[in-house]
Design a protein around this ligand. Structure first.
Ligand SMILES: Cc1ncc(COP(=O)(O)O)c(C=O)c1O
Length: 355
């Protein structure tokens, strides 16, 4: 039986403070208005004007030649890997990466690549680590084809790769003739957090995608960017996988709305995450990682409770958090306010005191 991760226990009240994930935001009335007004066409035929507008804006934002609208971030990763690599190729990625842990075994099932899991603190590795991972080009070794990074690194604690490190690992990859791909599920959090423009952040990456369903608050969709030739080949995979859509402009309009209204405000989520970390740090037995962005990871083993026990106790109080990599993860996003943060700290303190 494959379970849904976030089902509240029987008898739990409705969730009033949702720190489970930044994917759980609800479209605002203004975003829905924008969706209702969208001009639409047949996206699969290339004539949805709103999807074109979104793709043009994304290509410009990322400083790439072209962009493609897709239903999800997972599909962006899968299509990018299928476009860059062939079966039996190797992808260099961090051992905590989403492509390794959270895409349903897609590489064994679909892409046929293998992943070399790189080590390093906070979901990152260095140029020296990449050099050490280079295999001899013999008939024995898998051909290495792609380097993949996550900006921000999710299980890495929402950490922002420093620009110099991001560029340095890409440089080694390009020296080897590999391509580079960025999983930008939370790229705009990194850009706002570091004060760096997206096109500068991704300049050394051949492909990059941004998710609109995380901090940006849209109900669905992600946009994959790259050069014309890459996006042209990626379209073949979009078609094959059933990712070509029809009147998708209705959803693309929500993404355009998010570009206009929900990027700068990510700074509020980061401030709320810092406030949450400060509050949690006052609770005996709780070890908190300092957040760079909107993800707060904390270890409660010292407080004598498991992640699942804490989740269950909080759920009965209408507070949702998730567990990831053996730690508790609390996400801030546009449906979480500063007073909710104070309340969440108090609920977590009370729950842990019962241990
Ligand atoms: C780092 C990272 N990559 C990829 C994804 C997949 O995105 P989606 O849920 O849109 O398929 C997620 C989703 O949580 C993520 O956190």
């Amino acid at each position: 039986m494959v379970h849904a991760p976030n089902r509240p226990p029987a008898g739990a009240p409705p969730v009033r403070i949702n720190l489970y994930s930044d994917t759980q935001t609800r479209p605002t009335p203004a975003m829905k208005e924008a969706m209702m007004r969208a001009e639409v066409g047949d996206e699969q035929h290339g004539d949805d004007p709103t999807v074109h507008e979104l793709c043009d804006r994304m290509a410009a934002l990322m400083g790439k030649q072209a962009a493609m609208y897709l239903p999800s971030g997972t599909m962006c990763n899968v299509i990018a890997i299928l476009t860059h690599c062939g079966k039996g190729d190797e992808v260099i990625a961090h051992e905590t990466s989403h492509i390794l842990h959270s895409e349903g075994g897609t590489h064994a099932a679909l892409t046929g690549v293998q992943i070399m899991p790189m080590k390093g603190p906070r979901g990152m590795f260095t140029a020296d680590d990449v050099r050490a991972a280079i295999r001899p080009k013999t008939r024995y070794a898998p051909p290495q084809r792609l380097l993949e990074v996550e900006q921000t690194a999710n299980i890495g604690g929402g950490a922002i790769w420093p620009l110099a490190q991001l560029n340095a690992v890409a440089e080694v990859a390009h020296e080897q003739g590999w391509s580079t791909h960025m999983d930008g599920a939370r790229l705009m959090n990194a850009c706002v957090g570091a004060g760096i423009a997206a096109k500068d952040m991704v300049a050394h990456y051949d492909s990059v995608w941004l998710d609109f369903t995380k901090g940006l608050g849209a109900p669905l969709g992600a946009v994959l960017c790259g050069d014309e030739e890459f996006i042209g080949r990626a379209w073949r995979w979009k078609q094959r996988l059933g990712g070509s859509m029809r009147q998708a402009g209705i959803c693309a309009a929500a993404c355009i709305y998010a570009l206009d209204h929900n990027i700068d405000r990510l700074a509020e989520d980061h401030a709320n995450a810092k406030a949450l970390a400060r509050g949690l740090r006052q609770i005996p037995g709780v070890v908190v990682e300092e957040p760079d962005t909107n993800l707060v990871f904390f270890d409660i083993r010292g407080a004598g409770m498991t992640v699942e026990q804490l989740q269950a106790k909080l759920a009965m109080r209408g507070v949702a958090v998730s567990g990831l990599g053996g730690r508790v993860r609390a996400c801030t996003h546009l449906d979480v306010t500063a007073p909710m943060i104070e309340e969440a700290v108090s609920e977590i303190r009370t729950a842990l005191a019962a241990a």
